[in-house]
Write a protein that binds this ligand. Sequence first.
Ligand SMILES: CC(=O)SCCNC(=O)CCNC(=O)[C@H](O)C(C)(C)COP(=O)(O)OP(=O)(O)OC[C@H]1O[C@@H](n2cnc3c(N)ncnc32)[C@H](O)[C@@H]1OP(=O)(O)O
Ligand SMILES: CC(C)C(=O)C(=O)O
Length: 552
Amino acid sequence: MFDHRKYSAFKPVPLTDRTWPDKTITQAPDWCSVDLRDGNQALVNPMSVEQKTRLFDLLVKLGFKEIEVGFPSASKPDFDFVRKLVDEKRIPDDVTIQVLTQAREELIKRTYEAMAGVKKAVIHVYNSTSTVQREQVFGQSCDGIKEIAVQGAKWVQQYAQQHPDTEWSFQYSPESFSGTEMDYAIEVCDAVIEQWQPESGRDIIINLPATVEMSTPNLFADQVEYFCRHLVNRKYVRVSLHTHNDRGCAVAAAELAVMAGADRVEGTLMGNGERTGNMDVITMGMNLYSQGVDPKLDFSNVMEIIEVVESCTEIPVSVRHPWAGELVYTAFSGSHQDAIRKSVNYHAEHKIEHWDVAYLPIDPRDIGREYEAVVRINSQSGKGGVALVLERDYDIELPKWMHFPLSRVVQGAAESSGLEVSPTNIERLYQENFVDVAEQWTLQDYDLHTEAHQVSAQFLVGGSNLAGEGAGALEALCDGLNSRYNCEMEVIQFDQRAICGGTDAKARACIALQINGTEYCAVAVAEDTTAATLQAMLTAFSRSGADSAKAA
Ligand SMILES: CC(=O)SCCNC(=O)CCNC(=O)[C@H](O)C(C)(C)COP(=O)(O)OP(=O)(O)OC[C@H]1O[C@@H](n2cnc3c(N)ncnc32)[C@H](O)[C@@H]1OP(=O)(O)O
Ligand SMILES: CC(C)C(=O)C(=O)O
């Protein structure tokens, strides 16, 4: 039964003098990737050693300095993968690997077997502290749960002493931190810290998981600020976050909690992880980037990231995925396309260096996205977008008054097919409807004779001669056509511009004619502007059918 009364509201921590809302994030937190552990444990088919190796190499390439590489006591592939990293010396000197274990001696022992010989590493031990887990899963009192944490911390320390050549660091997670009474979470963490005795140069990490996201992000930030304020030995503790996305706010929760005092953030690429996933590092990193803050991770080749993540997780990346999805820089709708076109041109004209383009929060080229994909045409598109495609892909710049007739034709094609119209098809529609002309209407030659500002002209069109007079060449051709075909034609608009390119054609002319009360547009390219304009008039005239009306 769909009944909200089954649920109760989250109880916020009592914090009225919170300071985090006045903070901004001005530098990237320390990142830790948990793709190979939390990401891996949520997959239908956990990654093989080969897949883990490929993803590890990518994470290193992206610039992660801390990578949780697995839960080596859990399975053979996880154990073997850690051994492979250590034995094959695949861990760069500036990268620290981290492994997770429960606070159980046999698992901790096995964890150290997996790590033996590593240069430096973080051993991450956890146990759940939440009210629900204490009562329902572990059946333990607060003291009993604290004892599991402290005992786990002791074992982690003791086994580390058996491997003195490694530079060990320790991390503790009060799992389900956000579902734990804050004073109790602090009491448990203080006890673990007391056990580990951090000091200058030997910091420890306390990682605060929103194992299941339970509240709005501001309430999580309150918890983190409260925790940071009350922890006894905050000085030598790196406070880390590990948010999940059950309510869709894992990134927001991490961002606000960094403002609330956290130093470090755990997450995964594309947010893969348990249930709705972990905090997405790409989203949070690109959020920083788009605010002018160096994310300290290199997302410049997002297509490579997508390819590796999809092949290792066997989960497709959504086309709407923040910053990375295939469609997130694409506008189909007319008003967006028009604004993008004008805004991009405005940037070029005014030589603006700081990106501030309508509808495009970043320059897609920064992350290796094709600029071509920004504007795509379907029945929701408008004239600005169609014009942009011709300009961008074919170097065909049309005057503004030509945009509407062209987009009407493209819109018709989009509506009748119900599909996107590709740039190739837009160009084909443009040629067919405005440029192509039958042999009999091709201008072969012309001769202009000017006397007393009056032009007498002879035209050779499709093998037959035509004569006319007027103030200029165009008026003379208009006169010749009007007289021969007994029609009423006048020029409404025309535009000539030089074009550069590899062909003989040096000019493009566009014309709009009114012929017997109806408007026709055409475009022609020729060696010079006069020839192009005359041809455009012939092409437009040929499309009116005015010649056959006379014959009839
Ligand atoms: C929120 C997180 O993502 S935490 C990480 C979770 N990840 C995983 O669990 C993936 C890998 N896990 C595994 O492969 C297995 O669960 C193992 C190898 C770790 C343990 O396997 P098993 O001992 O066979 O089974 P299981 O996980 O059911 O063990 C549960 C027991 O561990 C205890 N336990 C669970 N978590 C912890 C912990 N963090 N510290 C100490 N004891 C714990 C439980 O109370 C339970 O005890 P019981 O046997 O007395 O009832
Ligand atoms: C072990 C912890 C950090 C965890 O994965 C979680 O709480 O989600």
